[in-house]
Design a protein around this ligand. Structure first.
Ligand SMILES: Nc1ncnc2c1ncn2[C@@H]1O[C@H](COP(=O)(O)OP(=O)(O)OP(=O)(O)O)[C@@H](O)[C@H]1O
Ligand SMILES: [Mg+2]
Length: 331
């Protein structure tokens, strides 16, 4: 812990040119970052694609402001967007995943025994408030609303008091940021698919700046696949994106003429990347007469769905990928 604290104490915040950081072209608009990365800075994903969803979060990062609540469907890129933006700015990120039994000490810290002495060990919220950095609370809508509301003071910019540490009062560091992600907007889960999420207290939700992140546009997802799985031919990647979007429409109940029923699984960006990756990995099966695209589709998503949905996914695949394309062994 001492090493961690020493490292955090040495971090130097710095104003960076936002244009230079995100697009490589100077814009004159400054954004707060750090002069160098630390062991708390997320690793840069060189294939990461900053698309239109980044806009709100970049604007949020530019100036100290209300805490941010990013919501959207599973696997749409909420957590990775915040972490990749932070990585670009060398921002330390203190990440926690919310759950129904999460209690305050998990965030603030607790007393431990160190060489026979009692010592307070700071939790992620305390570290980010004391030394600066982004506190990222994923799946915040899983929190018990009465636990969540205990954060109201922090969300209002008030200091953190730690009675267990001799009554220490931590004033929020100028580089402290609070961001949360969730699948629901803190209201209700209309779909019934995000089990465990809870309707949050209205006054708690009122403290956040909200940002909705849907799935990237087809163009963005094609670009994303070209970066992540460049060895797949372009037309196959485009068809994968087409199928993912067709499945999303069915999930949203937007029948496409061929299917009147909705399906119960959605096709996340995470699933799309997995499908493309598995297609490459199962490509040698083509020599045994097995279609890698459909084979990988089942393993990426189909097996999670009911039998009828799996059939719908197979039919979509057959419609979008003519048979000979699925069997090609030059993928
Ligand atoms: N723009 C993007 N560029 C590159 N990869 C992306 C992009 N968006 C999403 N991904 C990838 O998709 C996967 C899912 O992203 P992420 O975990 O951020 O989703 P999420 O919205 O936080 O999901 P959940 O709702 O399950 O928490 C990750 O592996 C991430 O790297
Ligand atoms: Mg997430």
């Amino acid at each position: 812990m001492t090493n961690v604290i020493d490292e955090l104490k040495q971090l130097k915040s710095q104003e960076l040119d936002a244009g230079l950081v995100f697009s490589g072209t100077a814009s004159g608009r400054m954004i707060k970052g750090y002069s160098s990365s630390s062991s708390f800075t997320p690793e840069v994903d060189v294939d990461y694609l900053f698309h239109h969803s980044s806009r709100d979060v970049v604007v949020w990062l530019m100036d100290a402001s209300d805490p941010l609540y990013v919501f959207g469907p599973a696997g749409s890129g909420k957590t990775s967007l915040i972490k990749q933006l932070s990585a670009k700015l060398n921002y330390p990120v203190f990440e926690v995943n919310g759950h129904g039994r999460l209690e305050y000490p998990e965030l603030v810290g607790h007393l431990t025994v160190d060489n026979g002495n009692m010592k307070f060990q700071y939790g992620p919220l305390a570290l980010s408030m004391k030394f600066g950095g982004l506190f990222l609370l994923n799946e915040i809508d899983l929190l018990d609303p009465s636990t969540a509301i205990g954060l109201n003071g922090i969300l209002d910019g008030e200091p953190l008091c730690i009675p267990e540490n001799g009554g220490e009062v931590i004033m929020p560091h100028p580089s402290f940021r609070f961001a949360a992600t969730a699948n629901t907007n803190g209201g209700n889960d209309d779909t019934g698919l995000y089990q465990g999420t809870l309707r949050q207290n209205l006054a708690f939700m009122d403290r956040f700046w909200l940002c909705e992140i849907g799935y990237p546009t087809p163009e963005a997802e094609k670009e994303l696949l070209s970066r992540k799985v460049s060895s797949l031919p372009e037309d196959i990647r485009a068809k994968m994106v087409e199928l993912a979007n067709a499945a999303r429409k069915l999930f949203m109940g937007e029948a496409d003429g061929n299917y009147l029923d909705t399906i119960e699984v959605t096709f996340s960006t995470r699933t799309l990347i997995r499908w493309a990756d598995l297609t490459i990995r199962f490509q040698p099966l083509a020599r045994q007469g097995i279609q890698p695209v459909t084979y990988a589709l089942d393993r990426a998503i189909g097996y999670r769905a009911c039998q009828e949905t799996r059939t719908v996914l197979h039919e979509l695949a057959q419609r979008i990928f003519p048979c000979d394309e699925q069997q090609q062994d030059h993928i």
